[in-house]
Design a protein around this ligand. Structure first.
Ligand code: SF4
Length: 115
């Protein structure tokens, strides 16, 4: 029997939001990383030591214009470290399986064109 991952409410909400965000202009955007708010802030906040808070990074991500691209990148490349798109690696691990299943069911990878 397949193991089911239960997403937390914010993870489920953001996963739904992310899939809705994948419009063609976003998919072909190859320069999203230069527009991330984190490029102008302390990068260590996004790669905290074990036990350190990620709340500040998550708050900044919440107002970032490229959050959809960032989260798509992290999910599609299996990024294991840091905060991406407002989610920790533990949250992304829970989201990843459902995201990949949805993308594969649709027959395309929304990260195509971002790499
Ligand atoms: S969503 Fe967060 S981690 Fe991603 S580019 Fe924006 S500020 Fe940086």
């Amino acid at each position: 029997m397949a193991q089911t991952t239960i997403l937390r409410p914010q993870e489920a909400a953001d996963l739904g939001w992310l899939l809705e965000q994948q419009t063609p202009d976003r998919i072909t955007d190859t320069h999203w990383q230069t527009r991330g708010v984190c490029a102008q802030t302390d990068p260590e906040a996004y790669f905290p030591d074990k036990g350190d808070s990620v709340k500040h990074a998550q708050k900044v991500c919440g107002g970032c214009e490229v959050r959809a691209q960032c989260l798509t990148w992290a999910l599609s490349t299996d990024e294991r470290y840091g905060v991406w798109g407002g989610h920790t690696e533990a949250a992304r691990s829970r989201m990843r399986k459902q995201w990949k299943n949805t993308v594969e069911a649709g027959g395309s990878d929304p990260a195509d064109g971002q790499r």
